[in-house]
Write a protein that binds this ligand. Structure first.
Ligand code: WT7
Length: 632
C-alpha cells in the first residue's frame, strides 16, 4: 500500500493558526505544557482529571497495568448517569437544556437536564420491572431520536450493558449481534425516517429475533400513528406505556470501575464482528476529559455532532462526554441533503451552533455541491469545527476551513477508534494546524509510527500507527473472544496496534493514511471485507468471493466485489441485482457492493488466503508489490 503515499505532502509544510486567542481561556491551555505535565506524572495527570467527576467511592489506585490488561480507578464505585445527569441537576442546573432534537418536517423537542433525568429514571424502572438487572445485555436498534439516548442512559442507570446496533444494519447483521451478546431485550422503533421516507425497523427486528433464544421482550417505540403498530402481547411491549406505568425515582446502581458499561460491535478482519467492551470509570473519565480538552465546550455553547448515537462517536461525543461535561447538545435525524444541501447550514444558523463535529465524507459531499449552499446562511456562531472517521484530505481540509470555518475556526481532525473509546490524536485548538495531518497525541496519550519490530520510523516514512501506554477509555476485551483483544497488543512488541498506516512529519505531526488490514471505510462506516464476502457466499449462486475498497472521491472508498459463480450459473444483470439486494437484506444498505465483477479465479496464497492486495493493485493499475506467496 506504499503506493498511494505522496511524500510531497510531508515535505511541503503549510500551516494555519486560527483561534490562537482561544488558548488563553481554553480548558487545556498550552498543548506542550499540558503534554509535559502528563509525561512527568501520568498517574497524577489522570488522578487530577477524575477529580472533576463524582464518585460513590474513590479509587485505591489510578491504574494497574498488567500487559495487555489495564484496570483504571481501581475499586472506585460510580454510576456514569449520576455524572451525566444528577450531578448537574444537583448543582443548580436542572433547567439547563441538555438536548435539543429536530426531526424531519420541523418537529422539535427540548429536554432540560431535569426532564432527561426523569425520563431516564422512569424507563430504567420499566426495564427493571421486566427483570433486567445489572450485567444483562440490552440491544438498542433505534433511529436518531431522544428515546434512543434515553434507552441507553436507562441501561447505564441500572447497570445493564447496552449494545447499540446502528439502524442501517440489516436483519442478519442484527441477528448476529443479538446472538453474540445474548441480549435479553431488544428496544426498537416502528420506523426510522430518512429523506421523507419511513423505513420500517420493526420488521427487521422481528426477522432478527428469530433464532435468537436469549430475547425475552421487544420494546417498541411507536412513531407513527397510522397504521398503528400491532403488538404481540406475549413478548412485545410499548415503549411509552411501560415507561408511564413505571415508578418515578430510580437511584443509580452502584457500579464498580471495571464493570462493563456497553458493548459495541465493530467490523473485524473475519466475518464475525467484534464486540468491543468498554467499562464504567475509565471510559467516563476518557470521554469527559477529551470533550473538555478537544472541544473546549463552554457553559453557553450549543454543540452538534452529526454522528448517529449508535456509533462510538455518538456514544462518546453525543452522549457520555458532552453530558458529563454538562453541555447543551443538538441532535437531528435530518440528513445533510434533504430537503436540500443547505439544511445543515440552516440548522447551524437557526440553532446558533458553536461547535460542529462531522465526517470527511459529508465535507466532501458539500464540496462537490458547491459553496452556494453554506454561503446562504450565517455561520458566524461557529467557534470550533471537527472531523472524524477517516483521513481529512488536504483539499477537504481547505474547503472546510474556508467555507465553513471562514478561516476563523480551528479544525479538530480527531483520530480514534471504537476500541480507543476516546479521541487520541488531534491538533489542540490554538496550535498551528497542518492540512492532511490529524496532529499529535492528546495529552494523556502516547502515540507513534513504527515498523513491524516496534522501532519508530523516521519522519516521512510510512509505518504502523500505535499507542504505547494504556489509556483510561481503552477497551478491555472483545466480548467472548479475548484472543482478538490480545491480538491488538501482541502484533507489534509493546504496542497497541491500531490497524492504520501513518506517517510523521518533521514536526511530529501524524498523517493517518488509512487501514492496513481488511477493513474498508465507506462514508465513514467500517465494513469488513469478510462480512461482505460471507454475505455474498450465502447466496445460492455464489461459490466464492473477494471484496476490496476502491478509492472514491466522496465516500472515501467504494466496495468492489469479485465473484466466482457456482458451476452452471451464468452471470447476468439480473443476478447482479439479486446479489446486491441479498447483501442489502443481510448486512444492510451501508455494505452493498457498488460494483460486482464475475471472475473464474481469485489470487490466493499457497495457504489459501485471498490476496486482496493483489486485486486492489490490479484495479488501481499499480504494482502489487511482493507476490512471492501467490499460488500460481
Ligand atoms: C478507524 C476507526 C472514531 C470514530 C469513528 C470511527 C479511521 C477515524 C480518523 C481520522 C484518519 C480516521 C481509522 C480508524 N479514522 N478517525 N481523524 N483520520 N482516519 O470509528 O469505526 O472504530 O473506525 O477510522 O482508520 O482506525 P471506527
Amino acid at each position: 500500500m506504499t503506493e498511494d503515499f505522496d511524500v510531497r505532502l510531508v515535505e511541503n509544510a503549510k500551516y494555519y493558526t486560527p483561534g490562537a486567542e482561544y488558548k488563553r481561556d481554553s480548558w487545556i491551555g498550552d498543548y506542550q505544557k499540558a503534554y509535559d505535565r502528563f509525561l512527568a506524572d501520568p498517574v497524577a495527570f489522570w488522578n487530577n482529571v477524575a477529580q472533576d467527576l463524582e464518585w460513590i467511592r474513590p479509587w485505591d489506585s489510578v491504574r494497574e497495568w498488567n500487559y495487555p490488561y489495564a484496570k483504571w480507578f481501581v475499586n472506585a464505585k460510580l454510576n456514569i448517569t449520576a455524572n451525566c445527569l444528577d450531578r448537574h441537576v444537583k448543582n443548580n442546573r436542572r433547567n439547563k437544556v441538555a438536548l435539543i432534537w429536530r426531526g424531519e418536517g420541523g418537529a422539535e423537542r427540548v429536554y432540560t437536564y431535569q426532564r432527561l433525568l426523569s425520563e431516564v429514571m422512569r424507563f430504567a424502572n420499566a426495564l427493571k420491572k421486566l427483570g433486567v438487572t445489572k450485567g444483562d445485555v440490552v440491544c438498542i436498534y433505534m433511529p436518531m431520536i431522544p428515546e434512543q439516548i434515553i434507552a441507553m442512559l436507562a441501561c447505564a442507570r441500572i447497570g445493564a450493558v447496552h449494545s447499540v446496533v446502528f439502524a442501517g444494519f440489516g436483519a442478519t447483521a442484527l441477528n448476529m449481534r443479538i446472538r453474540d451478546a445474548e441480549a435479553k431485550i431488544v428496544i426498537t422503533s416502528d420506523i426510522s425516517i430518512r429523506r421523507g421516507k419511513a423505513i420500517p425497523l420493526i420488521t427487521i427486528v422481528q426477522e432478527a429475533i428469530d433464532n435468537a433464544p436469549s430475547v425475552e421482550h421487544v420494546i417498541i417505540h411507536s412513531r407513527r400513528r397510522e397504521p398503528p403498530v400491532v403488538i404481540h402481547p406475549d413478548f412485545e411491549l410499548d415503549f411509552y406505556e411501560i415507561m408511564n406505568n413505571a415508578e418515578r425515582e430510580c437511584p443509580p446502581e452502584v457500579m464498580d470501575a471495571e464493570d462493563p458499561l456497553f458493548i459495541l460491535y465493530t467490523s473485524g478482519s473475519t466475518g464475525t464482528p467484534k464486540g468491543v467492551v468498554h467499562t464504567c470509570a475509565g471510559y467516563m473519565v476518557g470521554a469527559y476529559y477529551t470533550t473538555k480538552a478537544v472541544f473546549d465546550i463552554k457553559d453557553e455553547d450549543i454543540y452538534w455532532c452529526t454522528a448517529d448515537p449508535g456509533w462510538i462517536t455518538g456514544h462518546s461525543y453525543i452522549i457520555y462526554g458532552p453530558l458529563a461535561a454538562g453541555a447543551t447538545i443538538f441532535l437531528t435525524e435530518i440528513t445533510a441533503d434533504f430537503p436540500d444541501p443547505g439544511i445543515w447550514w440552516k440548522l447551524i444558523e437557526e440553532q446558533k451552533i458553536n461547535i460542529f463535529y462531522t465526517a470527511p465524507t459529508a465535507i466532501r459531499m458539500f464540496m462537490k455541491l458547491g459553496t452556494q449552499w453554506p454561503q446562504k446562511y450565517d455561520l458566524s456562531s461557529l467557534r470550533i469545527i471537527g472531523s472524524v472517521g477517516e483521513p481529512l484530505n488536504p483539499e477537504a481540509f481547505e474547503w472546510y476551513y474556508k467555507e465553513i470555518g471562514k478561516e476563523r475556526c480551528p479544525i479538530v481532525d480527531t483520530w480514534w477508534q471504537t476500541e480507543t473509546g476516546m479521541q487520541m490524536i488531534t491538533t489542540i485548538i490554538g496550535e498551528r494546524m497542518r492540512p492532511g495531518f490529524a496532529g499529535k497525541a492528546i495529552p494523556g496519550v502516547v502515540a507513534d509510527v513504527v515498523d513491524k519490530t516496534g522501532t519508530p520510523v523516521p519522519a516521512g516514512t510510512m509505518g504502523f500507527l500505535v499507542i504505547k501506554e494504556p489509556w483510561p477509555a481503552m477497551f478491555r476485551t472483545v466480548y467472548k473472544n479475548d484472543e482478538r483483544y490480545r491480538n491488538y497488543w501482541y502484533t507489534i512488541k509493546d504496542c497497541y496496534m491500531a490497524g492504520d498506516l501513518a506517517v510523521k512529519g518533521n514536526d511530529g505531526y501524524i498523517m493517518v493514511l488509512g487501514r492496513s488490514d481488511d477493513i474498508i471505510i465507506v462514508s465513514g462506516h467500517n465494513i469488513g471485507t469478510a462480512e461482505v464476502e460471507s454475505a455474498l457466499v450465502s447466496h445460492h449462486a455464489v461459490a466464492e468471493s473477494a471484496v476490496i475498497g476502491k478509492p472514491e472521491p466522496i465516500k472515501g472508498n467504494s466496495i468492489k466485489a469479485f465473484v466466482i459463480l457456482k458451476l452452471g450459473v451464468k452471470p447476468s444483470e439480473k443476478l447482479t441485482q439479486d446479489l446486491i439486494s441479498h447483501v442489502r437484506k443481510t448486512l444492510g444498505p451501508i455494505a452493498v457492493p457498488h460494483e460486482i465483477e464475475y471472475v473464474d479465479k481469485l489470487p490466493k496464497t499457497r495457504s489459501g488466503k485471498i490476496m486482496r492486495r493483489v486485486l486492489k493493485a490490479k484495479e488501481m493499475g499499480i504494482d502489487p508489490g511482493d507476490v512471492s506467496t501467490l499460488d500460481e
